[in-house]
Design a protein around this ligand. Structure first.
Ligand code: FDA
Length: 301
């Protein structure tokens, strides 16, 4: 699948040696990734902020294989935090722990995260841990627990509704008044550990959001699913300012615009980086029509 391709270390070489594939993915990426450089992410962030959105920023990367690459990723994230702090932007910075060391050593990821948090906290910038495939969930939650204990208001965690374990994780692994983002889950998982896209998954998603709000967490409702969003709006859970909607840049923009116009807090999740092909493979895997869309875009110039 696109997902397993996305994780192959030689994907970049493969894409770059296939000019037509490169062009097609690049075309698809133009819709969902702000650009190769930090500047591209920051420009898009400034424009969205001016329109009244909050933003999350991700420097794309995952499964970093050497310490030198981890250091380079931490340097980039640190530069991003410094620029956001300089502009007094209350942005959120999101990343995979495997981008900053989890694939090499749990403690390396923890050390790097603590270093970033030390810089981010005084600037009021939130660091948000993404959730990766279920083989990593325990280690991601370990690093989260050990870091959030020191930086309770600056570090957030993403939980995947598709995993059977998530209700227990939500109840047991988060301290009070935490920052939590609830997503359906982008990874292909076994039936033993996860639900596929279904009504049952949507019901579970709603229960998790309700529990998270009742537990007093600050919740990002990170979905483009209109049915889930409509249900949440009719239940009035947002009235306390305890939750926001969060959507990926370039996806269902009419929906985010409508929610913002109705006065709801909406955050847009932006990405940038030269490893854009990793990100785009995830987006195509979760929504294959994106590939046809890119073909149509390319054919029409
Ligand atoms: P669903 O997949 O059912 O899609 C609902 C509708 O939204 C679709 O019918 C379509 O109209 C539209 N849509 C969804 N995806 C689309 C796409 N790629 N292109 C075009 N249209 C699309 N996952 C994860 O495993 N770990 C993580 O850390 C994160 N982090 C994260 C942050 C934020 C802010 C968001 C919004 C999402 C994530 N995800 C994630 C991804 C998430 O798990 C999930 O794969 C996507 O959000 C798609 O699922 P939906 O909830 O939108 O529903």
């Amino acid at each position: 699948t696109m997902k397993s391709i996305a994780r192959r270390a030689d994907l970049k070489a493969y894409v770059e040696h296939n000019p037509q594939l490169y062009q097609l993915l690049r075309r698809a990426a133009a819709r969902y990734v702000t650009g190769d450089d930090r500047r591209d992410g920051l420009e898009a962030a400034a424009s969205l902020t001016a329109q009244g959105y909050d933003v999350s920023l991700e420097y794309i990367g995952e499964n970093t294989a050497t310490e030198a690459e981890c250091e380079a990723a931490v340097r980039e994230l640190s530069g991003l935090i410094a620029e956001l702090a300089g502009n007094r932007r209350k942005a959120r910075v999101s990343f995979d722990l495997s981008h900053i060391g989890l694939s090499l050593h749990t403690d390396l990821a923890l050390r790097n995260l603590l270093q970033l948090a030390e810089q981010a906290e005084p600037a009021g910038i939130e660091l948000f841990i993404s959730m990766e495939e279920s083989a990593k969930t325990d280690r991601v939650l370990d690093v989260y627990e050990r870091s959030v204990a020191r930086y309770p208001s600056s570090i957030g965690i993403t939980l995947q509704a598709q995993l059977h374990r998530t209700a227990a994780d939500l109840a047991q692994r988060l301290p009070g008044n935490s920052l939590v983002r609830i997503v359906k889950g982008a990874y292909q998982e076994s039936e033993q550990s996860a639900l596929p896209r279904s009504e049952q998954l949507n019901r579970r998603y709603l229960e998790l959001v309700e529990h998270a709000i009742l537990q007093g967490h600050r919740v990002s409702i990170a979905t483009h699913d209109q049915q889930i969003i409509d249900t949440i709006l009719t239940r009035g859970w947002l009235s306390e300012g305890a939750a926001e909607f969060e959507m990926l840049y370039g996806i269902r923009t009419e929906l985010s615009r409508k929610l913002k116009a109705a006065g709801h807090p909406v955050r847009i999740y932006l990405t940038y980086g030269s490893e854009w092909y990793l990100y785009i493979c995830h987006r195509i895997a979760e929504h294959p029509p994106n590939l046809y869309r890119a073909v149509i875009d390319m054919a029409s110039g």
